[in-house]
Design a protein. Structure first.
Length: 308
């Protein structure tokens, strides 16, 4: 496989002209044309319909162009990573993660990583939402992110970690129908959302997974949540709930990491307890340094152990 030929094919597909493609790559048109013709002879089929104007790829050409783009993208990624390694001999892990999970689980993991790799530099990007983190991953600004699984296995590699329960954090001072009966249950007591319809909630924006989920749970029980407070961060909603200001929908990890709480009780739902999938996502090229691989192993072990 010749990388120059792949570039020629992609350039012709982009410019729809052999002449323009040759100029864009600073090569002579005969050189470009001869390379593509040799490839077509090898494949046994034309890649471009030269009778059309502008030039159009054939069906086989479209498949080959997609393949060429993926190969060239992978070559660009590995060259960038190798250059980064050469220019910075200290190994680095760049991690994208939500603020709540970062505060709850990263201190232990970072301690373990630095024990094994004392010269490693760890960069945490924990101030963006998932859309922002995916953009950083695509631009090679982070090595790994924690988020929802993705199904594009060409651009990304997604490793499922666990299904995490979503729980209701309810101030102990709040009373509601069936509370006494629910509290005799083991683990997380189970209740129905309509038992809480007269109580205040603390909500997150509709654009967030937790914000949308809370509204849908209330909608299924035919009521809208009463609220006076809307905030953008689940950690903030948790601490507001601790102050007795309302009910917050939180992740199981938050409950596990704060098990002895004098201010809150944690509840699951009797039916259809919501969950969120947690995954580790990396670029689809599969190229990772040893510290990044070790971080992934430790995160999987630590997270799965936490929510068992």
């Amino acid at each position: 496989m010749n990388f120059n030929t792949l570039r020629y094919v992609v350039a012709v597909a982009k410019e729809r002209s052999f002449t323009k493609a040759a100029k864009s790559l600073y090569v002579s048109q005969p050189t470009l044309s001869q390379n593509i013709q040799a490839l077509e002879t090898q494949l046994g089929t034309p890649l471009f319909d030269r009778k059309s104007y502008p030039i159009m790829p054939t069906y086989a050409g479209k498949m080959y162009i997609e393949f060429a783009q993926q190969v060239l993208f992978s070559e660009s990624q590995i060259n960038r990573k190798i250059n980064n390694t050469i220019s910075n001999p200290r190994m680095r892990i760049r991690i994208g993660i939500s603020p709540s999970k970062s505060a709850l689980i990263m201190p232990e993991l970072i301690y373990s990583i630095l024990e094994e790799f004392p010269d490693c530099i760890i960069s945490l990007e924990d101030g963006k939402d998932e859309h922002g983190l995916f953009a950083m991953l695509e631009n090679n600004e982070i090595d790994v992110m924690i988020g929802s699984p993705v199904h594009n296995n060409v651009r990304y590699k997604s490793q499922f970690i666990a299904n995490e329960l979503l729980l209701l954090a309810i101030p102990k001072a709040f009373d509601f129908p069936g509370k006494a009966e629910a509290q005799v249950q083991k683990s997380y007591p189970r209740i129905r959302m309509n038992q809480l319809k007269e109580l205040p909630f603390i909500i997150l924006p509709l654009s967030t997974f937790l914000g949308e989920t809370l509204r849908l749970l209330c909608e299924k029980e035919a009521f809208s949540p009463r609220y006076s407070i809307e905030c953008s961060n689940v950690q903030t909603s948790y601490h507001l709930a601790k102050q007795g200001l309302g009910i917050a929908l939180i992740t199981e990890l938050m409950a596990v990491k704060n098990p002895f709480n004098d201010d809150l009780d944690y509840y699951a739902l009797q039916s259809g307890t919501p969950q969120q999938e947690v995954a580790i996502i990396t670029n689809g090229d599969g190229i990772m340094t040893h510290p990044v691989q070790r971080f992934i192993e430790l995160f999987r072990e630590g997270f799965q152990h936490s929510i068992k």
